[in-house]
Design a protein around this ligand. Structure first.
Ligand SMILES: [Zn+2]
Length: 325
């Protein structure tokens, strides 16, 4: 009888300890999943904001390659180029590679007729398929492609826009969209965070260079508040943050294009809210008004739902015949 009781107690204890073990396992798995989720979340946010973590590391090299090859070969995003350099050379830091290798990678990523990137899926087939490192942007990962579906399509983009400056204009790219910037503008931490990743492309050019509408559209905002073409540093209090700005909503896409830092009193007569603008129409001139350190055009595109887009993905660099003064 005593033996039977002992056996029963033993079975109950065994069952209880198994039960506790099970609970502990479940808790451990839950904790691991939640932890992993937050890591994944952070990485998604970082990618969205900067395309490439620590992109300032590559920015200078990329800009010089872009300035040299943009009109000859078209556009390859920095993220794409760095990924290709890393994958094909199996290195963490493409800065260690020569300019020639950067240029070669750029050209290899371009369809010369389309002046656009070769579809990502085709490039993925070209590079080593088992190349994978959590520090690198994994453009071949289906999840990543799905997340960036708008940009990394498997087919060629239709290219609705033209470049906002005539191609023979002397200009150079001084800052790219989503470039990480730690410029101290004397702002609060919160404001500083919002400007930490550049919202558009900066095209430096001389003062009063003509700027043209990149699309057919409607003027949604004209704000010329600054009468003198002086940089932010030279302004007296209160300093003008915004500078002279025109916004145009494109008819074919509903995207909103912002042209900023424009030259004082340079807006064409047609720049009136609600007016129709045609692609290639002269709209205003390059200046350095607002938060600016030199004459340049800040070109920015946002979708109508407010998503920041990379303007260069949508520009047809072959189109150079429809500028109208
Ligand atoms: Zn800018």
């Amino acid at each position: 009888m005593k033996k039977l009781l002992k056996a029963k107690i033993f079975v109950v204890l065994l069952f209880l300890s198994f039960f506790f073990f099970l609970i502990i396992c479940i808790l451990a798995i839950m904790g691991y999943t939640i932890g992993n989720d937050s890591v994944a979340q952070t990485s998604v946010i970082l990618k969205k904001q900067s395309y490439l973590e620590n992109n300032d590391l590559y920015a200078e090299k990329y800009r010089s390659t872009l300035n040299k090859l943009l009109f000859d070969y078209g556009y390859v995003s920095m993220e794409r180029l760095v990924w290709y350099l890393q994958a094909t050379n199996n290195i963490a830091d493409p800065n260690t590679l020569s300019d020639d290798i950067w240029e070669k990678a750029y050209i290899e990523n371009i369809d010369e007729d389309e002046k656009q990137m070769i579809p990502t899926s085709d490039m993925c087939e070209k590079v080593d398929s088992d190349f994978n490192d959590e520090n690198f942007v994994d453009l071949c990962n289906p999840d990543y492609i799905a997340e960036h579906n708008l940009i990394y399509t498997n087919t060629y983009m239709n290219l609705p826009y033209i470049f906002p400056l005539k191609h023979d204009t002397l200009s150079s790219i001084t800052s790219m969209v989503n470039e990480k910037r730690d410029i101290d503008l004397g702002l609060s931490d919160e404001e500083q965070e919002s400007v930490n990743f550049h919202s558009g492309w900066d095209l430096s050019s001389s003062a009063e260079t003509n700027v043209y509408s990149i699309c057919d559209g409607t003027v949604t905002s004209v704000n010329f508040t600054q009468d003198e073409n002086i940089t932010f540093d030279e302004q007296t209090e209160p300093k003008n943050k915004v500078g002279n700005i025109i916004k145009i909503q494109c008819s074919s896409t509903n995207d909103i294009v912002t042209y900023a830092h424009l030259y004082p009193n340079s807006a064409s007569e047609n720049m009136v809210m609600g007016n129709f603008v045609s692609k290639g129409e002269f709209i205003a001139k390059v200046g350095t008004t607002g938060q600016s350190t030199g004459n340049h055009l800040h070109l920015e595109i946002n979708s109508d739902s407010g998503i920041r887009l990379d303007a260069f993905y949508f520009i047809d660099f072959t189109e150079n015949s429809i500028y109208k003064d």
